[in-house]
Write a protein that binds this ligand. Structure first.
Ligand code: COA
Length: 335
């Protein structure tokens, strides 16, 4: 049996800048009422979502990433010219290849830079932070751009009222650098996967539909909402408690809880089962809907800009979704 790791783990990774971007077009619940048989009251009561952002027809995930990184450069004076690795977490790359990360490298003309996308659905951003921490700790790289970005509107079926009310588009980026003194901000990590439940939430591409139905050709998101909800409330709350245990911190010592913005009702249940009060919980669900890999940096940046998150505070980030995947990080915010 594998030993449970109760680490306060090794890290030399310091988050030095954040940037975000959402497309200008807003899709409100009233707009959705014109597309499908739904209503504002039902959507707010079941999900907490008021509106989402939708990319233009010719605006793809890489374009959102360019703007998020530019936002970081403008706000923090961040220098990305010497970034030596780019990791983009996305389920909606412009193309299978070239990667979104490669396009970011080209856009900013970054020389001597590795680039790779990862796909862990809504657990993507926390997974990418974990990978970046390992790469920095190895000594092989010194400055990494970690991006979570999606254009989920391009894979959403706007005739299906059970999914189209949920998803939106956006991007968020962290610049993560190796510290000179070896003291990093990543305090603990946790990840868990249950591939046997993969058919509950998927987007088919080359494979037949995962839930035993006919071959799905349209490439839209398919989910069993009720089962995903059940899984999130029970299994994800267990995962978060595992991560809290590994951090050797109490819930009271962690300043902010940032679960993936899947659904406000799920977030409320996670709070109940982990002990985090809603007053110390951040989400981007109300304004942006479920933006998958982008939801956590969007929620963090809203709080940074509102002056809620300040330097020295401890954050617990927790992504969960398609796979079914879970991935979390406890980190110190030192910007
Ligand atoms: N507007 C109005 N009615 C709707 C609707 C909509 N947009 N979508 C579904 N309904 C109806 C259903 O047809 C059903 O009607 P019926 O009772 O007459 O059959 C009723 O509402 C209840 O449907 P159900 O699917 O049981 O709703 P729910 O309470 O489970 O809520 C979700 C649906 C999708 C909001 C909810 O299951 C959910 O959020 N699941 C998690 C999804 C998620 O977060 N996925 C991403 C994870 S990263």
């Amino acid at each position: 049996m594998k030993e449970a790791k109760t680490s306060v783990m090794q890290s030399n990774a310091v988050i030095t800048a954040i940037g975000t971007y959402v497309p200008e077009r807003i899709l409100t619940n009233a707009d959705l009422e014109k597309l499908v048989d739904t209503n504002d009251e039902w959507i707010i009561q079941r999900t907490g979502i008021k509106e989402r952002r939708i990319a233009g027809d010719m605006q793809f995930t890489s374009h959102l990433c360019f703007k998020a990184v530019l936002n970081m450069v403008e706000r923090y004076g961040a220098d990305v010219s010497d970034v030596d690795y780019i990791i983009t977490a996305t389920s909606t790359p412009d193309a299978v290849f070239p990667s979104v990360s490669s396009q970011v490298q080209a856009h900013f003309g970054i020389a001597d830079c590795g680039a790779a996308d990862i796909q862990a659905a809504c657990a993507g951003f926390a997974s990418a932070i974990q990978l970046a921490n390992g790469l920095l700790l190895s000594g092989a790289y010194h400055k990494i751009l970690v991006i979570g970005a999606e254009t989920l509107s391009k894979i959403t079926d706007y005739t299906d009222r059970t999914t189209c009310i949920l998803f939106g588009d956006g991007a968020g980026a962290f610049l993560i650098e190796a510290s000179d003194d070896g003291n990093g901000d990543i305090l603990s990590v946790y990840a868990k996967t249950d591939g046997s439940r993969g058919h509950l939430l998927y987007r088919s591409s080359l494979s037949p539909s995962l839930d035993g139905h006919d071959l799905l050709e349209n490439g839209y998101i398919v989910q069993n909402g009720r089962e995903v909800y059940r899984w999130a409330v029970s299994h994800v709350s267990e995962g978060i408690n595992q991560l809290i245990g590994r951090s050797q911190l109490s819930v009271d010592e962690i300043d902010w809880f940032i679960p993936h913005s899947a659904n406000m009702r799920i977030i409320e249940s996670l709070c109940e089962r982990t002990g985090f009060p809603l007053s110390r919980t951040l989400s981007s669900i109300q304004r942006f809907g479920n933006t998958s890999a982008a939801s956590i940096p969007l929620a963090i940046d809203q709080a940074v800009q509102a002056g809620k998150i300040t330097s020295g505070q401890l954050l617990l980030l927790y992504g969960f979704g398609g796979g079914l995947t879970q991935s979390g990080v406890v980190l110190r915010w030192s910007i």
